[in-house]
Ligand binder design. Structure first.
Ligand code: PEP
Ligand code: MN
Length: 269
């Protein structure tokens, strides 16, 4: 169903007033912290987005951490904060399902369900996502081929939910200087051979804030349907992904630069 052989026209995913994908020539900039940490923190991110005329807020509540000793996220309390921000600021919110035990909560409280790089093989999550009509953003696993990535999306599409967005967030290669390697060749392939909206996440790919803006500009020049960028009021003290999150000044400057790049390829941010 995701193949351009089956359907040539690009699919769109509707999110309130925002349309992701299709031929809208719109790169939707999704921003916010890696994790929801407190009301004050997520409110500051909401205010940042509003001030920049952006409408989709991210924030993890169930974090799929590599270590059990790291911050695991605020859980349901975090989801409620996201829902409160949606209510007060009119933002759409996206958060990640770590496993199938809390998928119903995620569906209830968010506007886009994020299936993370580590969770994209979880059949419980994929099958639950197929049964709702909420948009689902599937991230490519870091050891996942493009074929396997698209097949994960087919579980949701064939199960009855057409609202799938693909997200490239870096794959594991022999290189260790950066956290992952952003596969822009893979993105070109997805744009050519699938009809699904494709968005990019340079934050998790790079792993370091210094590379996020240049990569985001490169992605924007490819005419992608969206970007996922992590931003935190004080990245140094972030409870997860401290090294890669942009501060608000950097995020604001990046948004301005992306408007220029997007304009050059006939896109809007
Ligand atoms: C995230 O978006 O915070 C995240 C954990 O991403 P990924 O699944 O790409 O590692
Ligand atoms: Mn993160």
């Amino acid at each position: 169903l995701a193949s351009t052989i089956y359907q040539k026209e690009k699919r769109t995913v509707q999110l309130g007033d925002v349309v992701i994908g299709g031929t809208t020539n719109h790169t939707v900039l999704i921003g916010g912290p890696c994790s929801v940490e407190s009301e004050e923190q997520i409110r500051s991110a909401s205010e940042l987005l509003k001030s920049l005329n952006l409408s989709v807020l991210r924030g993890g509540c169930y974090k799929p951490r590599t270590s059990p000793y790291s911050f695991q996220g605020m859980g349901l309390e975090g989801l409620k904060l996201l829902a409160k921000m949606r209510e007060e600021y009119g933002l759409a919110v996206i958060t990640e399902a770590r496993d199938a035990t809390h998928i119903d909560e995620i569906i209830e409280y968010t506007d886009i369900i994020q299936v993370g790089a580590k969770a994209m093989y979880d059949q419980g999550i994929l099958r639950a996502c197929a049964k709702t009509d909420k948009p689902v953003l599937i991230k490519r696993g870091f050891g996942t081929t493009l074929q396997e990535f698209v097949q994960a999306s087919e579980f949701v599409l064939s199960g009855g939910n057409p609202n799938v967005v693909l997200c490239e967030r870096g794959i594991r290669t022999f290189e260790t200087k950066t956290r992952f390697t952003l596969d822009l060749c893979g993105v070109a392939w997805l744009q050519e051979y699938t009809n699904l909206p494709v968005i990019l996440d340079p934050s998790h790919a790079m792993g370091y804030a210094y590379g996020v803006a240049p990569l985001a500009k490169a992605c924007t020049a490819m005419g992608v349907d969206g970007l996922l960028i992590e931003a935190h009021p004080n990245p140094k003290v972030a409870k997860s992904d401290a090294s890669q999150q942009l501060n608000y000044e950097e995020f604001t400057a990046l948004k301005r630069d992306l408007e220029t790049v997007a304009g050059a390829v006939g896109y809007k941010i």
